[in-house]
Design a protein around this ligand. Sequence first.
Ligand SMILES: C[S@@+](CC[C@H](N)C(=O)[O-])C[C@H]1O[C@@H](n2cnc3c(N)ncnc32)[C@H](O)[C@@H]1O
Length: 934
Amino acid sequence: MGVGGKFWDLLKPYVRNEAFDFLRNKRVAVDLSFWIVQHETAIKDSVRNPHLRLTFFRTINLFSKFGAFPVFVIDGTPSPLKSKTRIARFYRSSGIESSSLPVPEDGVSFERNRAFTKCVQECVELLELLGMPVLKANGEAEALCAQLNAEGHVDACITSDSDSFLFGAKCVIKSIKPNTKEPFECYYMSDIEAGLGLKRNHLIAISLLVGNDHDINGVQGIGLETALRFVRNFSEDDILNRLHEIGNKVTPPFQYNIKPVDDFTSNPEASSQKAKSTHCSFCGHPGSKQSHVEKSCEYCSPPDGGCKKKPEGFKCDCLSCHEDREEKERKKQEYWLSKVCSKIAMEPNFPNDELIRIYTCDSHGSFTGKNDQCLTWESPKFELLIDFLVFHQHWIPSYVRQMLFPMLSTIFLRETANHSIKSLLYGQFDFDSVDRVKIRQGHKFYVVKWRKDVSLMCSATPSSDESNRDIMGVDESISLLDELDAPMIHNDGGCQYLLTDENVELVHAAFPEEVNRFLRGKELKESKRKKSAGADELILETPKPRDVQLNITEFYRSTKVQLQAGDEEGSAKDYDSHSDERNNMTSPLHLLQYLPPISTATGTNQRLRSSLLPPNNPSASPRDSYPYIKACSGTTARSEKRNGPDDYHAILKALNSKGRFPRKSLGQHYMLNSEVNEQLSMAAEVKEGDLVLEIGPGTGSLTNVLINAGAYVLAIEKDPHMAALVSERFAGTNRFKVISEDFLKCHIRSHVLSIMESAKSLNINSTYAKVVSNLPFNISTDVVKQLLPMGDVFSEVVLLLQEETAVRLVESSLGTPEYRPINISVNFYSDPELNFKVPRTNFFPQPNVDAAVVTFRLKRAEDYPPVTSAKSFFSMINSAFNGKRKMLRKSLQHICSSTEIENALESIGLPATSRPGELTVDDFVKLHNLIMET
Ligand SMILES: C[S@@+](CC[C@H](N)C(=O)[O-])C[C@H]1O[C@@H](n2cnc3c(N)ncnc32)[C@H](O)[C@@H]1O
């Protein structure tokens, strides 16, 4: 639990999905009760003692697979306030009328129920046998976890209790998905500060207002959104004192420049607004209509001297109107604040001092924290562990040994790396060799082979057969949460072998010579393989004719296939030396041969091509050179690019400065990768003197690139707050104009033409404008439909679209269900080109889909396919596709008889039974012209 309301949802946009190695060699505090509760609910009915089972597996996973050093923290005696809340929650969830039950006395604590306490005790016993440090908090476990994190004893806390931030946590791992590429769902306090503008005391204040684990109610009538907006009006040092003063009615709200509700309407200031200067009723600009007739309006200043009619929703930008709007805004805010203050003042005993003390106290456990001495990780007490698990879980000893092996091998490798101990792994197994490289969830491991000479040792571990029998004998399905990868045992030549997946650096540090020997052997095998492959190629290669280039469809498909092959690294696959062979297939040179023909007129592909070439770095991975924008993993995008003007934190701050939260309904997924913006600008060949239309500038990251390329940018932004934000951001340049309108409703032609009219004074020297935009995905098809027939205004339209939409618009082939009237329009009005893919990790917040860039080169009217009338042509197309599965001779019957349609089809070389999905644009043009002639 933690803070009430949907507090985690508020933080959701700031989640970072951290990669596999995130916790390697780091300490992490685990809130054990959270694990136990989670385990109980996840697999309660299906296994014996789920708390023990999952504590065991998850601890081994954390320790060996993820390389972390976990510190476990258990709850102490809960505070009396929390005891009370727990009881209240229980009543609420059981539907019992709490007023009819005895009220617990103030100041009395209740331990948790006995079954739960027993679970905790058993887990502690298990963890201590595993050699893990376990600490007991004075009160809440999450509070001590947070303290350890705040004081730097651990790097992160694992808990789903959002209270942990109130206790001072810096990095919280809310959940772990062990079998994924980015298994850790993390939240950083620094991101919350940057994105929401909230510090620790603000969070405490929010929890007091909306309720928390110690007080489920909070203030009547205040929800999370109100609380958030309210606390942001005060500084971190001020907020708790202010709540105190408002709650205790020490100072009335209006003394903070906040007017009480009742006063507001009667306040003389409210009605004494400055008289607004006269504005023309026709154009909406300063000055009367009469004076504009006499002297012409300085804002409209059209060549014929008259005013232009103001469009719907027009807002005048003159100083007086601006001040007027600001004043109204300020009054609205004051009125709202006074209402909230009144609600707080009505709440009895608010705020609760005891609660504030619990949250702000900085010592939550027996851990004195002056040094890290009490955080030690010991070797597992092996035999006792076996007894414990045999007793509680009814597991067979050999199964326990096998499950423990990855933990023991990790300890062994660490010790060998540190102290060169050359003992046998738990007295029996010795390091044999590095067997191969394995890639799992995109992460590289060495598969290490461990050897036991069975002829010399007495058998403490089972033989292969015995082991397998034991595993079959255990009572649980192996697909349950957090199941380990049990090392497999096999016998060979008097020896028993075990294979484990180990961290590459750790194995190298422990056994450098063996690793080098393995790598040399691998290289040798590879060069032999290449030699024989080269010889085969000499015989088999049929050179491609040099002047035949594949088109973009083939290019894009080929690239995708290559990538999919590469992506398979993500799924669990064993790679031996052949993995390099796969990489060669996706080498940049291999891909470049599929690039579309270079357009000499524009040189676009040439420039895109060179930007896709690998850097002058022989070790650069082939991935760096894909004609896909390099995937910013969540972490990379956010940590490597910290200093750019449009990096993750800068975007959060910009949004925060306007109190904005990305809105899904407006498709607000902001671009984090400046490289993508550069490529968009490059695809449209934006240059000095261009006029570029940008739909949805958002925080202005793409706008900035376009202005820097020398363009004049006209931006249309539906969200007025974002329009205000970019307007402020580019206030210093005269090469930018933003109009706050819905693109789908605005009259774009007149906006662009009115700028073109002043082209000279704005240093615009191109005849046609261009469109470059990272579109909200939900309006992209409508935008495309609107722009395509505007070849008299725009030359290039470069759009970042949802990948599926991009592929559907450009690639849909004849005869497929995706082939629709929009494909006819796209090819009728433009020459489309699919440029490159942009993985979803480049956006904030991250969408659920990837994106891709498409260039539409708009045709001029004289280059459209020769139809007698575009209107009747598209009306015929729509009718044809209306009955998609119907034959054309049926669906077009309302235009002419089926015999005439059959004859027309046959005369253009098509079967009389053709259906719409089988005709190209050319076929449709011919058919249309023939039908219209008849
Ligand atoms: C995907 S974001 C792109 C923002 C920015 N260009 C970037 O790359 O970070 C889409 C933007 O379009 C705006 N938007 C959404 N619907 C719109 C519409 N109908 N007309 C104009 N802008 C719209 C959103 O408010 C948002 O700022």
